[in-house]
Write a protein that binds this ligand. Sequence first.
Ligand code: NDP
Length: 281
Amino acid sequence: PAPKATPTSGSRTTTTSSLFSLVNKTIAITGGGRGLGLTLALAVVEAGGSVACLDILNAPAANEWASLQKLAIANSLHVTYHKCDVTNEQEIAEVIEAVAAVGDERGSVFWGCIACAGIQQQLPALEYPAADFDRILRVNVTGVFNTCKYTARVLKESRRPGSIVIISSMSGNIANRGLSCTAYNSSKAAVQQLCRSVAQEWGQYGIRVNTLSPGYIRTAMTDQLLVENPEVEKTWMAGALLGRLGVPEDFKAPAVFLLSEGASFVHGADLRVDGGHCASA
Ligand code: NDP
């Protein structure tokens, strides 16, 4: 029999601030070895949750990881790192199942994931090799699907509600002037539709799914684009209605909100956080 969805809102008896707490919850974050994913791991711990970072890197960025561990230890929370390729279905399934099992043992129940791992490649569309196009879609779409699917499976089997946040991009909504990122833009639009599709299926289990779509953020990913094409920063700044590009910290509160019970009626939605960029496009 299908598990019954558990109502996720405690708003009748709880305070607004407690709705944003992730206490006693464990979250898996792909792409959690550096950049935005690692900053969001810090956000989860700051909200009282435990976190498992999954990344294809052999080891996470040393300084940020040390800060994360320090904060977790000070608050008796758990942070773990797992080398994992999101395109490898067996690998991601095993890691998510193991993370959920350990969370249960420690009394910090598996609550969901942030699917943040992603790659980009800039090439003119007329010269884009099909193999490269496939590679981008494989990580950014199939990898996200694998992450969401095994997260939802574990939640459904344990008959618990939960929350899945997919990191899309404003590039899923607009084709950025001055950049040739056809595969990336297509992949980011695809995961927004992936989100709405699985939201239809998983809402009945109390599993919420949403996308968070950032604008430009200064990370290794954008630094690479700027090295390839330094002039493009002027184009980006022309759309920066708040006068600056994003930093990973800008996405901590939006991600925690979507994960938390404060968002218990937010499902199948896209939260765009771009400093007004799309409004000016
Ligand atoms: P980073 O490149 O800094 O971080 C992405 C991480 O994902 C890297 O550690 C990367 O490893 C890892 N990764 C790549 N492929 C895989 C894989 N197959 N399995 C597991 N991990 C993998 O990028 P950002 O932090 O900037 O981006 C994070 C997310 O935010 C991405 O989905 C990106 O598209 C999105 N985003 C970023 C924006 C920006 O301006 N930076 C704007 C909008 C959205 P490796 O380095 O080896 O590739």
